[in-house]
Write a protein that binds this ligand. Sequence first.
Ligand code: KIV
Ligand code: ZN
Length: 505
Amino acid sequence: MERVYVLDTTLRDGEQVPGAALNAREKLEVARQLAALKVDVIEAGFPASSPGDAEAVRGIARQVRDCSVTALARAVTADIDAVWEAIREAADPQIHMVLGVSDVHIQGKFRRSREEILEMGVAAVRYARKLCPKVQYSTEDAGRADREYLCRTVEAVIDAGATVVNIPDSTGYCYPQEFGDLIRHLFEHVPNIHRALISVHCHNDLGMATANTLAALRAGARRVEVTINGLGERAGNAALEEVVMALKTRPDYFGLETGINTRELYRTSRLVSSLSGIRVQVNKAVVGANAFAHSSGIHQDGVLKERSTYEIIDPREVGVPESKLVLTARSGRHALSHRLESLGYHLPEDQFEAVHRRFLELADRKKEVLDEDLEELVSDTARVVPQGYALESLAVSCGTVGMPRAEVVLRRPDGSRFTGRGEGSGPVDAAYKAVDQGVGMPCRLLEFSLQSVTEDIDAQANVHVRVRVGERVYGGHAAHTDIVVSGVLAYLNALNRAAQDADGR
Ligand code: KIV
Ligand code: ZN
């Protein structure tokens, strides 16, 4: 296996994302985590952009000693000096400079000729090499450049002393085969190319950043410039986690390896997301919340029998403790019983059937059934709930206009139905008055407590009530995604206990 080197530019290109700027302390925290991830080079910032960024880069260069530290300069002496000042104390410093190579940059941005730009680049490399033994030259917008001019530039900057030459697809313009061809072309037409490390830096404007990076590796590039979570200018850069896991998952195809400690990938992704405030999309490859979550019954059954049926990466390899079986209305019995067992419930057949029935009812109302919901279902099903009055339907109207009103249809123990109506200070009060009409048992509500079982907007509401009937106090309990329904069920639960008690006496 040949080694691929990884330069992480989350703290430079990634930090260019609007709103993602980090302060020096946060940058240092990310840099430390990148070192734990074992990236080869950290691009820590752009020192000429602000004194604060120069200071942040200096802090990283001083304190993160396990990898090389670089920072970006334009190909002018002032910027190069600023980089050198910031990184000179690094264990392994590297100056990175960038200069356009496409005609649209040369003419549109610099308003110079190709020859002038080439001379400027060569002079900047010579200057930087006097300061630092490692100098990277980035041929900005190489993806849209004239190939002959690009080859001449690469050859000239290597002759001038560049130790790394980076070929960026700065605008994410290329397609994988095309970008791979470009890298191959350079290896075939630049005579001194083997004196430098060839790096690639791909943007994601057409969604090709990872594919282009991998195509370049197949064509001979041996260093990648990537970011955590694919952060970066506009649509972002190639995602470190995607490139690294592609190489690790398909050694048969690439025959390449990185030095990345992949078990730190998930932690790094979370850290960058929380500090930058840029959330990771749930279906993001490798580190998204759903990357190892299985929802359909067919997939869940397959994964439970043999993980590799639907998973090509073992989640533990990227630092995710285990795959997740999301319990939804489409989950099967296998997934439900597996999850119940992992929660410590080994239910007898009849109880499992009851829990399964209630699970399906709940799953139809809720997007995802969580562990807390299951615990509630199990304890609810296991409880001996006396038969008695049952709720058939409930309708309430409430709000800021008029009195809250409720109408309930109850089924009596003898099977007959009754409709009760009530008005009250709130929807629960109105519903309880409607129930009282039907049950006709004088009672006083002593306590009503409401707790959400889970966290989301579609969480189950868990209601506990205590009612006094005659001399005795009865408790009732129920859970439902509708607060008023759960309140009425809990109330009926308590009244049924009282009724059963009276019958038994
Ligand atoms: O996209 C780009 O070309 C860059 C360079 C500085 C490498 O970010
Ligand atoms: Zn870039």
